[in-house]
Design a protein around this ligand. Structure first.
Ligand SMILES: [Ca+2]
Length: 145
């Protein structure tokens, strides 16, 4: 099943969020203007399969470039029944890269991550941040565009 989350739905669900994040309210006007559009895909795929699916059906896997993007993705993940969801970040010999080749250096790693080196070259997002994991497990994923 495919869920589409538009900025509008983010706005309506935003009202239900606890005000633990006052900074989010400050960012909301910016988000309405400039946030990326993300698609949560509730199909279980390896990272590589998810990348192909996103490229065939949307623009690419999700790039998270700013604090506003991170907040948008977190809102999507709050509604997922899975702890970990693929995002478009992967490790190659030169470091962490975005699937769409964005140069964005923004990161939301959980404390202690990334910790797997070459053994964990794909990134997952959760409501608590990102983690590097092996790429072959099947997970839901987020596309952009
Ligand atoms: Ca890890």
């Amino acid at each position: 099943m495919l869920f589409t989350y538009t900025i509008l739905s983010c706005f309506t669900s935003f009202c239900k969020l606890p005000l633990d994040s006052l900074f989010l309210s400050a960012l909301l006007p910016l988000s309405l203007g400039f946030s990326r559009k993300y698609q949560y895909v509730n199909l279980l795929k390896t990272w590589k399969e998810a990348q192909s699916y996103c490229r065939e059906n949307f623009a690419d896997m999700a790039t998270i470039e700013t604090v506003e993007d991170g907040a948008s993705v977190r809102k999507i993940l709050l509604q997922s029944t899975y702890t970990w969801t693929w995002i478009g970040l992967y490790l190659d010999l030169r470091g962490w890269k975005w699937s769409d080749q964005s140069k964005a250096s923004f990161r939301m790693w959980m404390s202690g991550e990334p910790n797997g080196g070459a053994g964990e070259p794909c990134a997952v997002g959760s409501v608590n941040g990102w983690n590097d994991v092996r790429c072959i497990d099947k997970r839901p994923f987020i596309c952009s565009g």
